[in-house]
Design a protein around this ligand. Structure first.
Ligand code: ZN
Length: 355
């Protein structure tokens, strides 16, 4: 999949997409290609790097992506690229999430109210955006951030829809100086994890009046924080959670700082599941049906048949010890900056301040 993505990504560029060109990818490829095509909506010169293409293109022109407008689409906009392997992992992550999330959301057309430059994400230097977002657009920014150590990366959304409250525009940033020691397989899990946050896993929970119960922040560490979405609880039970005696379901991280607590599954219970705050290096970190079904609780249409197998006994009370083995701690990886609520014309109807 990764190899496929790179080849078509580059092959497509080498063909030199022009305005109104007759380029017509096979129907089976449109869903995956559209996330690349859509930002390139005007005339595109051949042989320029993707990042500068994206910065120089505007609206109008042929949009092959509109051929199938019933699927859920994730569009990646690379502000600063990683290595080819890292870029490929991000594309593969988008593919994976698009196989799980189904159903088109309302388009948001920013042509009359553009998103100002550099306003989405912590220090993400993106251009002004005046295009149309089909479902979800993600700025990707991989560059030196806070030096070796510190925050490895951060992800989230900066705009949500006014009716569904689901994300429109988000970002993923990685500190390139921290990525060196991370093996490619682990980076794949990392990108999948961070893209989950852009979709709303963990990041939409704290603002929900109905899904997150008994939060540990700002001053109740160790509280029995839990996520009560019916679909996620059912998936937790199906994975072995009927035997869980540690508290209410589904247990949410309750012992860490802002940016980690209340926004991940509880590490001490769900251990190597993808959306806990610590990734286990060198082993699988399954994207379980607990996570995919939690997206249904947020309002997405999902197909959990693509989730990874994940079961546990969950029988012991919640432990508070750190996991063993090599780990990647994703401390403070969820964006808690302001979020704008927008209508279908991109008009801001509300600003939610979350710090
Ligand atoms: Zn995280």
């Amino acid at each position: 999949m990764i190899r496929w993505g790179v080849e078509h990504y580059r092959g497509f560029m080498a063909e030199g997409l022009k305005c109104g060109s007759l380029f017509a990818p096979p129907q089976s490829l449109i869903k995956r290609i559209r996330r690349i095509i859509k930002p390139l909506k005007k005339c595109v010169p051949v042989g320029i790097t993707l990042s500068s293409l994206l910065l120089s293109c505007g609206d109008g022109g042929t949009d092959p992506g509109s051929i199938d407008d019933t699927d859920f689409s994730i569009e990646l906009v690379f502000i600063n690229h990683g290595t080819p392997s890292q870029d490929s992992a991000l594309i593969a992550a988008a593919d994976r999430w698009m196989d799980i999330v189904q159903g088109d959301l309302s388009d948001v057309d920013f042509s009359s109210t553009p998103v100002p430059a550099n306003t989405c994400g912590e220090g993400v230097q993106h251009p002004e955006f005046s295009g149309v977002v089909d479902d979800l657009q993600i700025f990707i920014d991989i560059r030196p951030l806070d030096g070796p150590g510190g925050t490895l990366g951060q992800a989230g959304f900066c705009q949500i829809r006014s009716i569904s409250r689901l994300p429109v525009l988000g970002f993923i940033s990685f500190d390139s100086e921290d990525l060196g020691p991370i093996e490619l397989a682990d980076f794949g899990a990392l990108t999948l994890h961070e893209m989950g946050h852009v979709l709303g896993v963990g990041t939409l929970w704290p603002d929900s009046d109905t899904l997150l119960v008994n939060p540990s922040l700002p001053s109740s560490p160790g509280a029995d924080t839990h996520f009560i979405g019916a679909a996620a609880v059912a998936a937790f039970d199906a994975a072995g959670g009927t035997a869980y005696t540690g508290g209410e379901k589904v247990p949410v991280e309750n012992m860490l700082e802002e940016g980690s607590a209340d926004s991940h599954w509880r590490e001490s219970v769900l251990e190597n599941e993808l959306m806990t705050p610590v990734l286990q290096s060198g082993v699988a970190n399954p994207l379980s049906a607990i996570t995919t079904e939690s997206l249904a609780d947020l309002g997405y249409i999902v197909d959990s048949s693509g989730a990874d197998s994940f079961t546990g006994t969950f029988s012991a009370p919640a432990r508070l010890t750190a996991p063993g083995g090599r780990i990647i701690h994703l401390g403070n990886d969820t964006y808690r900056g302001p979020v704008e609520v927008v209508d279908d014309s991109g008009r801001v109807t509300q600003t939610i301040l979350r710090r």
